[in-house]
Design a protein. Structure first.
Length: 504
């Protein structure tokens, strides 16, 4: 029996391929507003995302107040992304309007003109890889190179912070990636924009595998950071487990689709609520959602709300192998390529995961006064914003199961229990799934603001905390010892003392 799922009438006005294109455009707009908003808020977004190779010096951490040159970098990048969105949005809107005019919102005409969304998606792919200097080619080139770096970065190098942001954004598009495949199936001869393609046999595993790719990329990044010889932290491993917890949600959902079909044939009801597989899937959803929420608040945003009290205010000792990385830095500080500069300085300071840092009292001496409960000392946004964002993140995280669960996507559309569409019942849920995907993009848009904020605050605090130790290590590497207010050279036959006061 084929598993047929009718999507009309929503597909008549807004078929799945155009929904995919719209979500892609919203992603571009969200990224442009992230860059623009962070710059307006005074955050050194270009430095945090390591978009300026000339700032690859050791103590060039992102500033909390943006200098004029940096403002120009961020504004120029935001304007370029805005222009790319305008070109993308106008062309896709024109294609959608043409589709509506041709079909006249009549179901019998939809498949006659399905070549319009097919050509639109093909134009997007061609535009992304277009080799000539048009359509903001530098932005497209940076994006394609970043994608390639996420997928095939060397295992001997720590992960760029910009690649972490990109890979996390890609996880919010996991469902969209699966919908791209379904859209292609609809374009095939015999396919229809009004009917979900059947996913019997091995075809039922294609969408879950495609949806798993972003999580697999992020999982690989965490494993690389954990396996680095200079790493002494277990946090990359715990972070990798967070992304691994998404796999049971995705694949158990795919398995439930087969179970639901069997139950529908046996009982005539499309329901899997009593099946043990459903309970196992529900447990996986709870673990993934709550663990991801805790990680967002505690590690990605650096807030103390859910942090164990024993770890609040704990200062980590300086890591080993700082001096060799300092001298290695000199060989790449002058490079101009975005993709050949040195890795993020968090690895040069701590040689650990990006989140492996707890602010200490030494980091910002002027910030030792009490701060809002559950937050942190240094806040770049108004304190009242944080509780609202935490609650919103929790609510949207709990919808994660719907976004990752293909069986709910199909059950929400009208379903033919016996292979005949006339005998099925209709549940108008395709629009609900679409708006849940939009809500996930909104959640990720907010997440980027606070993730970049914490990265700036953390690096600034690391600079203040570890700069004295690093200076001492540099002097020791040159054969100099710090004794009181003097520098004493200990090599050679005699000691040469440089008195700082005498040289003033």
């Amino acid at each position: 029996m084929e598993d047929v799922h009718i999507e009309a009438p929503f597909a008549v006005e807004f078929p799945l391929p155009f929904r995919v294109l719209l979500l892609g455009g919203l992603g571009i707009l969200c990224w442009a507003t992230n860059l623009h908003g962070l710059n307006l808020l005074g955050i050194d977004v270009a430095g945090a995302l390591e978009l300026r190779p000339q700032d690859a010096g050791f103590l060039s951490s992102p500033r909390l107040t943006v200098p004029p040159r940096t403002q120009g970098d961020a504004r120029a990048l935001a304007r370029a992304v805005y222009r790319l969105f305008f070109a993308y949005g106008t062309s896709m809107a024109a294609a959608w309007l043409l589709f509506r005019i041709c079909t006249r919102d009549l179901q019998e005409y939809v498949d006659w003109y399905k070549f319009i969304p097919a050509v639109s998606m093909l134009c997007v792919v061609m535009g992304a890889i277009f080799p000539f200097g048009v359509l903001q080619s530098h932005v497209r080139d940076q994006f394609l190179l970043a994608i390639r770096r996420c997928c095939s970065s060397p295992t001997s190098m720590p992960t760029y912070f910009s690649d972490i942001i990109l890979a996390d954004i890609m996880t919010s598009f996991a469902k969209v990636i699966g919908d791209i495949w379904l859209s292609v199936r609809m374009f095939w001869p015999g396919g229809s924009l009004l009917v979900f393609p059947s996913q019997d046999g091995w075809q039922g595993m294609i969408v879950p595998v495609l949806m798993s790719i972003p999580y697999l990329i992020r999982f690989r990044q965490c494993v690389i950071d954990y396996m680095l010889p200079t790493n002494t932290s277990k946090r990359p491993m715990w972070n990798a487990l967070k992304y691994a917890s998404s796999f049971p949600v995705i694949f158990l959902s795919a398995a439930q689709r087969t179970v639901a079909n069997d139950i529908a044939i046996e009982k005539g009801v499309f329901d899997v609520g009593e099946h043990p597989l459903f309970r196992l899937w529900l447990l996986s959803v709870a673990i993934n959602s709550l663990y991801s929420f805790w990680w967002d608040v505690t590690n990605d945003w650096g807030l103390e709300l859910l942090r164990p009290k024993a770890k609040i205010g704990v200062r980590h000792a300086p890591r080993q192998l700082v001096l060799p990385t300092l001298h290695t830095q000199e060989t790449v500080a002058g490079t101009s390529s975005l993709h050949t500069r040195s890795p993020s300085q968090r690895h040069r300071i701590l040689n650990g995961d990006a989140t492996d840092y707890t602010p200490s009292s030494r980091a910002l001496p002027e910030k030792n006064s009490s701060h809002p409960w559950g937050l942190r000392h240094t806040l770049l946004f108004p304190a009242i914003v944080y509780p609202f964002v935490i609650f919103l993140n929790l609510v949207l995280r709990l919808t994660w199961s719907v976004k990752l669960s293909s069986h709910l996507h199909h059950a929400s559309s009208s379903t033919s229990l016996g292979g005949d569409s006339d005998s099925g019942f209709y549940v108008p849920g395709a629009a609900v799934i679409f708006w849940i995907e939009v809500a996930e993009l909104f959640r990720r848009w907010i997440w980027v603001f606070f993730r970049v904020e914490w990265e700036c605050v953390k690096r600034r605090e690391q600079e203040q905390e570890f700069a004295p130790e690093i200076n001492d290590l540099e002097l020791e590497g040159l054969g100099l010892d710090v004794q009181g207010g003097s520098l004493q050279h200990s090599s050679g036959s005699g000691d040469v003392v440089f008195d700082e006061k005498a040289t003033e």
